[in-house]
Design a protein around this ligand. Structure first.
Ligand code: GLU
Length: 473
């Protein structure tokens, strides 16, 4: 039996959870869940200027909202600097790395020469075989890996296939800086090894790094984890996803009213597929997720598709559960706080009753909250412009007639009884149903659009409904 799978998500804390990072986390999470393994979280906080606690908190918050739970405590890369130094020194002892005393001026000269000869700039290895006794006094050295000079380094990638890097293109890169701090390249390898990572799933912008990291693994005689470099997300125009395409931070997607479940589904489908399935539950995705099914080509972010998918997920969720999700999301969405402030038990009951009609037409929680607005307004209602037009002079007479018809209901007040009362009134007067329903809707909700008017009547109840109509007459 093979060892249990351990994946990791290793974000750099830059202020928010990037939507592309969220998808990387999702793939790691799905694969770990699929295989019964674990997903660890490592915060790559070695850049002390950019890494703040707030930035880390934003990432944890984004992951938690998306439901991407990690196992164990998050690991701080910065806190492991001693261990990175220790391995750097060990590589020197093993003869796999060396101290380099080249000055800035020398390095600059190397770069200049490379430029002049049209070669990519690379360190020429001048301290590779020099005796440490030749070290100039007072110069703090860096430590460089002794990279192989002949042959190739091969990355066996589950998505990209076998990717070959000629070793002549990979120079003796720095693993420890002169101040003793590790480079990103080195820290990642030491951390992944120590954390027992079996599978590295990350963006394909790290593919070249994978070759350099492989060299460090080999120098330490460590097993190279299975690698899977997934294509980046692009915008609709094919360019790498950037601000001009839309929001980059996951928290913005929460504010736009997307469900975590729908976003998980959408992000998974960006680059991965399972037959023709589009709408998938998270359990289904966990059951089906194989790294081998991730495409090589870049995926394009399509907001309309996300919105449509979100609507489909909303309709699949049971009303009570959707209500809980809506309530939890109110603090984050536009206009949500006002609703949250008025959400007493009575209104909660009304909202639940209204849910079937509300979720039928909404594609996001923002739309859902917006069309639920009529439940939270106080009498007398303020009508919007379109609604105002609908209750002009002749409709006022119609409203009076409709009110009388509704008042005549003696038994239960619900969608069916209010509908038959209004239909009887329509038949009696020869009016079209719309000519009655539209002003009624305007009077009841203050808007020209709303869930079905009989649902609205039913949810508001007799007293409130008749009161709202009376206010207008
Ligand atoms: N911290 C890197 C990033 O945010 C990821 C490093 C890795 O996955 O190896 O892009």
């Amino acid at each position: 039996m093979s060892a249990p799978v351990v994946t990791r998500f290793a974000p750099s804390p830059t202020g928010y959870l990037h939507i592309g990072g969220a998808r990387t986390a999702l793939f790691n999470w799905l694969f770990a869940r699929h295989t019964g393994g674990r997903m660890l979280l490592r915060i790559e906080d070695t850049d002390r200027e950019r890494s703040t606690e707030a930035a880390t908190a934003a990432i944890l918050d984004g992951l938690s909202w998306l439901g991407l739970t990690w196992d164990g405590e998050p690991v701080s890369q910065f806190a492991r600097a001693d261990r990175h130094r220790e391995i750097g020194e060990e590589l020197v002892r093993r003869g796999k790395a060396y101290r380099c005393y080249a000055s800035q001026a020398e390095l600059e000269e190397m770069r200049e020469r490379a430029r002049a000869e049209g070669r990519p700039p690379r360190y020429d290895g001048r301290w590779r075989d020099r005796d440490p006794s030749e070290a100039p006094a007072g110069v703090k050295p860096v430590i460089r890996i002794k990279a192989p000079r002949e042959g190739e380094t091969i990355v066996h990638d589950k998505v990209q296939g076998e990717v070959r890097f000629p070793n002549k293109d990979l120079d003796d890169f720095i693993i420890l800086r002169s101040d003793g701090n590790p480079t990103y390249m080195h820290a990642v390898v030491v951390d992944d090894h120590d954390m027992g990572i079996t599978h590295i799933i990350r963006g394909d912008d790290h593919l070249t790094n994978a070759a350099r990291q492989t060299i460090i693994y080999q120098a330490m005689d460590w097993d190279v984890p299975v690698m899977a470099h997934i294509p980046l997300i692009h915008g609709a125009d094919g360019a790498k996803l950037s601000k001009r395409h839309g929001a980059l931070g996951v928290e913005a997607y929460r504010a736009m009213g997307y469900l975590p479940e729908a976003l998980r589904n959408y992000l998974a489908r960006l680059g991965w597929s399972h037959g023709d399935d589009e709408v998938m539950s998270t359990d289904e995705m966990i059951g089906w997720f194989e790294i081998e099914d991730v495409n090589k080509g870049a995926a394009r972010f399509d907001f309309q598709k996300l919105e449509a998918l979100n609507g489909m997920h909303m309709r699949r969720i049971p009303d009570a559960e959707l209500l809980d999700i809506l309530v939890a999301t109110l603090p984050y969405i536009e206009g949500g706080k006002a609703i949250a402030g008025k959400l007493d038990d009575g209104r909660r009951r009304m909202l639940l009753e209204a849910m079937p009609g509300l979720k039928e037409r909404a594609k996001t929680l923002v739309e859902l909250a917006d069309s639920a607005g009529y439940l939270f307004v106080e009498r007398p209602l303020e009508l919007d412009e379109k609604a105002e037009k609908l209750v002009g002079e002749p409709p006022r007479e119609v409203l009076a007639g409709a009110k009388a018809a509704l008042e005549a209901i003696t038994g239960d007040w619900n969608a069916a009884t209010t509908e038959s009362a209004i239909r009887a009134y329509v038949a009696e007067t020869g009016l079209k149903l719309g000519a009655v329903a539209q002003p009624l809707r305007a009077a009841l909700t203050g808007r020209s659009t709303s869930p079905g008017v009989f649902d609205v009547l039913s949810v508001l109840g007799r007293e409130e409904s008749l009161g709202r109509i009376a206010d207008l007459l």
